[in-house]
Design a protein around this ligand. Structure first.
Ligand code: SF4
Ligand code: SF4
Length: 171
């Protein structure tokens, strides 16, 4: 295939008109003064409806976690970042509950499979994503931290994602 060299007009060969045209575009955007940056952390960037951030363990009205330590989330997790120790809760209505439940958020890929696999709607990925530390162990969220993460979703609300074709919508 022969690629022909483009023929430049006289103004294009002079370059100056093209530079002026570029500067005019820059000035037009500059004078519009439409902010395109977020002054984080004072102003956080809104996350999309299907955003999956840090996990929370949802509680029953009694304050106890809904999790029954069935380990389905653990089995579904492709990153193998959930660990749990189950125990007998001494409650005739609940067979098991997690004595220890941990998620290594550095290994997590935020796929949401744990949320989808859970038969009790006990785990959910919240829109919150901020966490910082210089120690790796601070990124392993224990059960207490997962329960604390309930503060990032208004009480009584659920973030249910409905899959439509290839898109998840939060409804
Ligand atoms: S979001 Fe995905 S990778 Fe993260 S804990 Fe859940 S299943 Fe595992
Ligand atoms: S969070 Fe859900 S899937 Fe995971 S162990 Fe608890 S009840 Fe089972």
């Amino acid at each position: 295939m022969i690629v022909r060299k483009p023929q430049l007009s006289l103004t294009q060969k002079l370059y100056l008109p093209e530079i002026l045209r570029g500067l005019m575009i820059t000035m037009r955007h500059f004078l519009r003064r439409k902010s395109v940056t977020y002054e984080y952390p004072e102003k956080a960037k809104p996350v999309p409806a299907n955003f999956r951030g840090l996990h929370r363990l949802i509680q029953r009205p009694t304050g106890k976690e809904r999790c029954v330590a069935c380990e389905l989330c653990l089995t579904a997790c492709p990153a193998n970042c959930i660990s749990m120790v189950a125990t007998d809760p001494n409650d005739p209505n609940v067979e098991k509950f997690p004595l220890r439940y941990e998620i290594d958020t550095l290994r997590c890929i935020y796929c949401g499979f744990c949320e989808e696999a859970c038969p009790c709607d006990a785990i959910e990925l919240t829109p919150h994503y901020e966490q910082a530390s210089s120690r790796r162990e601070d990124f392993v969220h224990a059960k207490s931290r997962l329960l604390e993460n309930n503060q990032f979703v208004p009480e009584g609300e659920r973030i249910s994602r409905v899959k439509t074709n290839e898109t998840y919508l939060r409804v």
